[in-house]
Write a protein that binds this ligand. Structure first.
Ligand code: FCB
Length: 454
């Protein structure tokens, strides 16, 4: 643990109305495959297999050890308390709690039970994601998210787990970022399971949305005292010029990335228009699906990292690629443009277009490659990023968007998917060789901000 004195780190200056602990909560987030380790305690998942493919992960690493968070959870929870977080968002590993025959595994569930009891005793809210990308490999061998049956298997898992953990979880998030699971996993193939194919993204997306709707119903029945929502990654799309072709490309990108998910969930229908209609001829929809998908949501989780700049010239057919970034911006270690205004813009756009349930910013954060020096991580840029985004968030709230909370990604440095371990998002530094944790300067600034609240 860090012994740095409070006076040595820069303050996060955050608008007052975010600092009322009765109306706005602050937390930090992680996910199972990225931190847990201990793969011998579970069935294999699609990321175990994907990581063995040559070239799939930039540094050739995998999530076998990661932060060894299952071995170190008590230490990590002491840090959560030390930071003064109101809530902790983490995910349950589906292949750890359900065995090859689809039965609940008591030993796999036990650690999550202990964690949830510990949070409850400490008065810390729990935000539990059921699917943060770690599909059981056996299910992928049956077609994964291209197979409709996976949606029913997911609902069964959600039902069993929410029954077993009823009364312990504050908010359930069914899925994390289905656009990534569907599009990156089945269309471009850059994420697990690494499948490529035109329209496979939307086919997988339909089954993911269906899985969400079925699971939401199951959780409500099993754990009526909890709240149920889903987490989407949203990005404002900006055309790089006012030329018609660029504007059109940008509208298409917005439709495919944001509204392809939001419109079914909030309005029970896919987006309209020629492009949407063409795509929908490839989506295996059945009667009643849209009603199932559009379950009432207690909250909508939104993850925001960067805006998307779109040019027609970069669009291969209906496909789009994010443009290089704006000229004068700061770019993080992921190559992502840092633009806090994008957060405000997308929130206002969505607020104008939909009747939104209460929103939680379930992820937002900054990547660097900084290592600890003499027990300290001077990550000024992360504090800067957090401050900018909290400012923008406060402005969106002042303009009428009902946002109830903010989770920094991430509590800990962790396995950053295809980037492996080189990119660090944590408020807490992890030395992977020794598993030592050090609260970074940004984590201390977050801690101070939380301590100053009413
Ligand atoms: C999000 C993921 C999360 C993490 C951040 C950087 O898309 O949900 O697991 O990798 O990006």
């Amino acid at each position: 643990m860090s012994t740095l004195s409070m006076a040595e780190v820069p303050e996060l200056e955050v608008p007052q109305h975010l600092l009322n602990r009765h109306t706005f909560l602050f937390g930090a987030a992680t996910s199972a495959y990225q931190i847990e380790g201990r793969p011998e305690g579970r069935e294999p998942c699609i990321w175990d297999a994907f990581c063995t493919q040559p070239g799939a992960i930039r540094d050739g690493s995998n999530g076998k050890d990661a932060c060894q968070a299952l071995a170190h959870w008590q230490e990590d929870f002491a840090l959560i308390k030390q930071l003064g977080l109101d809530a902790y968002r983490f995910s349950i590993s589906w292949p750890r709690v359900i065995d090859a025959n689809g039965q609940l595994k008591a030993d796999g569930l036990a650690c999550y039970q202990q964690m949830l009891d510990d949070l409850q005793q400490a008065g810390i809210a729990s935000d539990v994601t059921l699917y943060h990308w770690d599909l059981p490999l056996a299910m992928e061998q049956q077609g994964g998210w291209l197979n409709r049956d996976t949606a029913y298997r997911f609902a069964d898992y959600a039902e069993k787990v929410s029954q077993a953990l009823a009364g312990k979880v504050t908010r359930w998030c069914t899925l994390n970022e289905p656009w990534c699971s569907a599009h990156l996993g089945y269309e471009t193939g850059v994420h697990a399971p690494g499948k490529k194919g035109r329209f496979q993204g939307q086919r997988a997306a339909h089954h993911l949305l269906l899985a969400h709707g079925l699971a939401a119903q199951a959780i409500r029945a099993a754990d009526p005292g909890s709240q149920v929502g889903i987490v989407l990654n949203v990005t404002p799309c900006y055309a790089i010029s006012e030329q018609r072709a660029d504007m059109q490309a940008s509208d298409n990108a917005d439709m495919l990335h944001n509204h392809w998910y939001l419109s079914p969930l909030l309005e029970g229908k896919y987006p309209d228009g020629e492009l949407a209609e063409q795509i929908l001829t490839h989506v295996p929809m059945q009667k009643g699906d849209m009603t199932t998908i559009a379950q009432p949501l207690d909250f909508l989780g939104l993850n925001y990292y960067h805006p998307t700049r779109v040019a027609a010239a970069h669009q291969a057919d209906r496909e789009y690629q994010p443009m290089p970034v704006a000229a004068d911006c700061h770019i993080n270690a992921m190559g992502w443009e840092c633009d806090a205004k994008g957060l405000k813009d997308i929130l206002l756009q969505l607020h104008q277009r939909y009747v939104l349930p209460p929103v939680m910013i379930t992820e937002n954060g900054y990547a660097d490659e900084l290592k600890a020096e003499q027990g300290r991580v001077r990550d000024k840029r992360r504090s800067w990023y957090l401050q900018q985004h909290l400012q923008a968030l406060a402005e969106a709230i002042s303009s009428g968007v009902d946002v109830r909370g903010y989770f920094a990604w991430s509590l800990l440095d962790n396995f950053e998917w295809t980037e492996g371990f080189s990119k660090r998002f944590g408020l807490i530094y992890v030395d992977y060789a020794t598993q030592q944790r050090i609260i970074k300067d940004s984590g201390l600034a977050y801690q101070q901000m939380l301590a100053r609240r009413r």
